[in-house]
Design a protein around this ligand. Structure first.
Ligand code: SF4
Length: 252
C-alpha cells in the first residue's frame, strides 16, 4: 500500500514547520510510520560546505551518501520528483510535504497570514486552514483550526490524506485532471482506484529504479505472461511473488 500524502502550504515564516512537528509527533504516537518531504529554493544549502560529502561532490561526484549506524543521508546533484522521493523514503503510512504549492492534486493544509494569501493558497483541496482569525466571512470549505489544535489536525490527516496521484492529467479516470479526481475523492464521490495508473499493489514496474505507472491492461499482460511462463518451470509451483531484473544494452 503506497504512503498517503498531505501538503502543508504557506508562505515564508507562516509556521509550516511548527505545524508539521506537531503532526509528526501526534501521528507517530498513534502508531503511524510517518515521513516528511520539504521543498526548498534552489539556493537552499543541502550539505555543509567543507564536510566530506560536500568535498566529494565538489571534486565531481554526481551523488554521495553518508551512512552511520541506523541512519543515512543521500546527496544528489539532480532533482527528484515527489514520486521518486517517496520511493527512497521507503515503506511509510503517511508522508507530510512542506511546501510544494504548485502540486495541485495533493490534499493541503493552508497556513495563510492574510485573507489575500488564503485566496492564493486555496485550490479546492484544502482539508484545513490553520489561522481561523483570518477567515471571518471567508468562503473556504475546510476545517478551521488554531496552531495548537494538533489532535484535530492529525485526525483530519488520518481521514483525508490520499495516495500520490501521477499528475498526468490524462482524463482516463473520467475527471479532466488529477486535481478533479482528488477533489471528488475528498467529497466522497470517488476513490483513488479510479486512477487507472495508480499502483494497485499487484504488479509493479521499475525502470532504472523509477516506478512506471501501469494501466490495468498492461498490468494484466505482465501478470499473465510472467505467471504463465514461470508456472512451466520446475520448482516454481505455488508462486506468491515474482521479481524479475532485466539489464538492457544501451545505445552507446
Ligand atoms: S487517470 Fe490518474 S493520471 Fe489520469 S487524470 Fe485521472 S488521476 Fe490523473
Amino acid at each position: 500500500m503506497p504512503a498517503r500524502v498531505v501538503a502543508v502550504v504557506g508562505y515564508k515564516s507562516s509556521g509550516k514547520t511548527r505545524v508539521i512537528e506537531g503532526l509528526v509527533r501526534e501521528l507517530t504516537s498513534r502508531g503511524h510510520r510517518v515521513g516528511t518531504l520539504k521543498h526548498a529554493t534552489p539556493h537552499h544549502l543541502l550539505d555543509t560546505p567543507g564536510r566530506d560529502t560536500w568535498r566529494h561532490r565538489e571534486a565531481g561526484a554526481e551523488a554521495s551518501a553518508v551512512i552511520a549506524d541506523g541512519r543515512a543521508a543521500l546527496f544528489l546533484d539532480r532533482p527528484l520528483t515527489v514520486a521518486e522521493a517517496l520511493e527512497i523514503l521507503g515503506p511509510l503510512d503517511l508522508v507530510i510535504l512542506e511546501g510544494f504549492k504548485s502540486l495541485d492534486y495533493i490534499p493541503r493544509i493552508l497556513l495563510p497570514r492574510s485573507p489575500g494569501e488564503l485566496e492564493e493558497l486555496s485550490n479546492g483541496l484544502e482539508i484545513a486552514v490553520v489561522a481561523p482569525q483570518l477567515l471571518e466571512g471567508g468562503e473556504v470549505e475546510a476545517s478551521l483550526l488554531g496552531l495548537d489544535e494538533v489532535e484535530e489536525l492529525a485526525s483530519l490527516v488520518e481521514a483525508r490524506a490520499l495516495p500520490l496521484l501521477p499528475g498526468l492529467n490524462c482524463g482516463r479516470c473520467g475527471h479532466e485532471s488529477c486535481r478533479e479526481l482528488a477533489k471528488a475523492i475528498l467529497m466522497g464521490e470517488a476513490d483513488a482506484s479510479g486512477c487507472v495508473y495508480l499502483w494497485a499493489g499487484d504488479v509493479e514496474l521499475l525502470v532504472d529504479g523509477r516506478r512506471v505507472p501501469l494501466n490495468p491492461y498492461v498490468r494484466g499482460v505482465f501478470r499473465g505472461v510472467l505467471q504463465g511462463l514461470i508456472n512451466t518451470l520446475k520448482g516454481c509451483e505455488g508462486i506468491r511473488r515474482i521479481e524479475v531484473r532485466l539489464e538492457v544494452e544501451g545505445d552507446g
